[in-house]
Write a protein that binds this ligand. Structure first.
Ligand code: IMP
Ligand code: MG
Length: 180
């Protein structure tokens, strides 16, 4: 294990099973529909790559990159779009693919932005949900795992841009992210 992590929370097998379960449900729900899956960079890139390969219907993909002002472990709810979608989403079914919903402020803001573009529908799929810190109610339609209030890394999730490459999901040691 990486020396900065306290313990493993979800193994490769846990993740793989969950991704396939989600892929099956989402494929069934959107059967016969035109679905655009929108991955939120950079955290959701790894999850997105696995999730689309667990789908049994044809989907299109795109990515958005958002930046929330403030420290990397906190969210302010003010979101800046660093990379926008390539095409119009008018009348299309949109599934946002996110790594983790924490305070919910980022997703609340993004939902508002995307709904203003008149899609046929917008739903949220997140690998992890940390409901204990929620500040805004977010309608999460598809959730991988619900976790406690702990800082997790790996499988795309970072702390200060580190640990994204780790293949499993781990709890980061407190001494790494607490202010020195
Ligand atoms: P929020 O829901 O607006 O608070 O922000 C969610 C974003 O904060 C996620 O997309 C992550 O980038 C980041 N985040 C929140 N909790 C964690 C965590 O435990 N590990 C890594 N990133 C996190
Ligand atoms: Mg992040």
């Amino acid at each position: 294990m990486h020396p900065d992590v306290e313990k493993i929370l979800f193994s490769r097998v846990d993740i793989d099973n969950k991704v396939h379960e989600l892929g099956d449900i989402i494929s069934r729900d959107y059967a016969g529909q035109d679905l655009l899956m929108v991955g939120i960079l950079k955290g959701a890139a790894v999850f997105m790559a696995d999730l689309i390969r667990a789908m049994s219907i044809d989907v299109s993909i795109d990515f958005m990159a958002l930046s929330s002002y403030g420290a990397s472990s906190k969210s302010t709810g003010v979101v800046r779009i660093l990379k926008d979608l390539d095409k119009s989403i008018e009348n299309r079914h949109i599934l946002i693919v996110e790594d983790i919903v924490d305070t919910g402020l980022t997703m609340t803001y993004l939902l508002k932005i995307l709904k203003a573009r008149n899609p046929a529908s917008v739903r949220i799929c997140t690998m992890l949900d940390k409901p204990s810190r929620r500040q805004a109610e977010v309608p999460v339609k598809y959730n991988g795992f619900t976790i406690l209030d702990q800082f997790v890394v790996g499988y795309g999730l970072d702390y200060n841009e580190k640990y994204r490459y780790l293949p499993e999901i781990y709890v980061l040691k407190k001494e790494i992210y607490q202010v020195k």
